[in-house]
Design a protein. Structure first.
Length: 257
C-alpha cells in the first residue's frame, strides 16, 4: 500500500495503524480517507491479520477530526455526498477483526468515527474527549449518533451540546464506560499491543464471529439478535474449534481487572 498519512505494519498477526499527521494533530484530510479505505481492504482480506491497534503520533492529540484547513473532497450534488465514516469506520467496511484504540491527548469531533467502532478503547491520563461542532454552528449528528450506542444518552448529549466549553477527562471517560483502562502515557502503546497480542493468539474465526455477532445485534431487536446469534455459532464454531491449539489454552493462569 502506498500510504501517505498513516503508518502500517503487521507483526505476529497484529496490525499496528498509526495516524501520522502530528503537524495537523492527526486530523484527517482526503488522503487519509483514501489511506484508510486501502487499509480496511487489506485488513479485511488478509488472514495474517487477526487484530488491529490504532494510535496517533505526536504528543498533543490522538486526532482532532477533520482537517478544517484542507477539508475533504465532496460531490457538488448534495444527494451524492457521502459520510467520511464510510472511509474511516471499520465496521462500515465489513472489517470484523477487533480494533484496539489507544488514545492520548485530544480526541475530538471526527475522531469518534474510530472510537465509536473500537472494540477495546484505552487511554492515557492526559486524554480528553470533546465534540466542537455546535460551537462552530454545525449540527453534531454523525459522531454522537455512534457514541450514543457506547455510553449513556445523557453523557452523549452533554458532549455534543457543550461543544468547546467542556472536555471529558480520562477519569470521567472511565466512569461512564467510554474507556476500560486509563494508563500513564508512557505505558499506553505497550498496553494496547499487549491486549492485541492476547486476542491475536486466540482462534481468529471465533474472535471475528464474536465481533460480528455483537455489533450486528445492535441493529436488531433482542429476539432477532438472539435468533441470529445462534446461526453465528453454527457457522463459526466448527471453524474456530478446528483452529484451537489445545496445548496453548491457558489453564489456571488469568489476570484480575
Amino acid at each position: 500500500m502506498d500510504l501517505k498519512t498513516v503508518l502500517f505494519e503487521v507483526t505476529d498477526h497484529v496490525a499496528t495503524i498509526t495516524l501520522n499527521r502530528p503537524q495537523a494533530m492527526n486530523s484527517f484530510n482526503q488522503r487519509m480517507l483514501d489511506d484508510f479505505s486501502a487499509i480496511w481492504d487489506r485488513v479485511r482480506t488478509d488472514d495474517d491479520v487477526h487484530v488491529m491497534v490504532l494510535r496517533g503520533s505526536g504528543e498533543r492529540a490522538f486526532s482532532t477530526g477533520m482537517d478544517v484547513k484542507e477539508g475533504i473532497d465532496r460531490q457538488p450534488n448534495v444527494w451524492s455526498q457521502t459520510d467520511p465514516g464510510e472511509f474511516l469506520s471499520p465496521k462500515l467496511n465489513q472489517v470484523w477483526k477487533p480494533l484496539v484504540c489507544a488514545v492520548h491527548g485530544m480526541a475530538a469531533g471526527g475522531a469518534f468515527y474510530w472510537l465509536n467502532e473500537a472494540d477495546i478503547l484505552i487511554c492515557s491520563q492526559d486524554a480528553t474527549f470533546f465534540d466542537p461542532h455546535v460551537s462552530y454552528g454545525l449540527t453534531a449528528a454523525l459522531e454522537p449518533i455512534g457514541l450514543a450506542r457506547r455510553i449513556p444518552l445523557g453523557e452523549t448529549l452533554r458532549i455534543a451540546l457543550l461543544g468547546l466549553d467542556e472536555r471529558l477527562s480520562a477519569a470521567r471517560a472511565l466512569q461512564i464506560g467510554l474507556v476500560s483502562e486509563v494508563l500513564p502515557g508512557e505505558q499506553l502503546w505497550d498496553r494496547a499491543d499487549e491486549i492485541a497480542r492476547i486476542i491475536a493468539a486466540k482462534p481468529p474465526a471465533a474472535i471475528q464471529g464474536t465481533v460480528r455477532a455483537i455489533w450486528e445485534s445492535l441493529d436488531a431487536t433482542r429476539t432477532q439478535a438472539l435468533r441470529t446469534g445462534l446461526s453465528y455459532t453454527q457457522i463459526g464454531n466448527p471453524i474456530g474449534k478446528a483452529e484451537v491449539d489445545r496445548s496453548a489454552v491457558p489453564r489456571g493462569r488469568w489476570t484480575l481487572r
